[in-house]
Design a protein around this ligand. Sequence first.
Ligand SMILES: C[S@@+](CC[C@H](N)C(=O)[O-])C[C@H]1O[C@@H](n2cnc3c(N)ncnc32)[C@H](O)[C@@H]1O
Length: 203
Amino acid sequence: MSLTTPSLSGHLNKWFDSDFNFHHLYPLYIRELAQKHWTPLKVAQKASDFLAAKSGAKILDIGSGPGKFCLSGAYYNPAANFYGIEQRNDLVFYATTAKEMLGLSNVTFIHANLLELDFREYDHFYFFNSFYENLPGTQKIDNKLSYSRSLYNSYNRYLCDQLKKMPAGTRLATYHCSEEEVPGGYHLVGTEIDHLLSFWIKV
Ligand SMILES: C[S@@+](CC[C@H](N)C(=O)[O-])C[C@H]1O[C@@H](n2cnc3c(N)ncnc32)[C@H](O)[C@@H]1O
């Protein structure tokens, strides 16, 4: 067994030994995007531990990319169920392939735009500043989509409206987000990773 391609049989934890190992679940072009666009394992572990506070919780990653947060959350918290919604077909394909390679049953990936989703089907949420690509001067995942400030605003508005409808006790973990992106009613209960990862609970 080489360090870069952990064996599939009996050594699931090898994939989770390091971000480097984990990224070898994906083809090269997705690995090359990882540093900028996908959640590091130690962030995913802290965020998913916070969100999976109760057994059976349904946790949604808002813009799940190739599934790194959901897959690692599902590995670290087997009693919770992780869902990822992602607009890019290729990323959903590689997320699903990685799920099968890891043999995780508590993860589901949905290929859709966030605007089609009712958040009330879920309990708690993870958000890694997913709409930033729409802002001028930011690094893009690819050049297949059209980007605009008006899309950024409408996605953020939808996110806020949906989060506002959630009941008291709803948990939210944000990574690389400013406080303005979180609607009133969500109280900051902690931060980690130099304040880049924030934990919120709706009151
Ligand atoms: C910064 S990446 C984060 C990926 C993943 N959550 C992680 O932490 O590893 C943001 C993802 O959100 C997706 N995204 C952005 N806007 C979206 C929308 N309106 N609907 C669905 N997915 C969206 C992008 O395609 C991208 O894959």
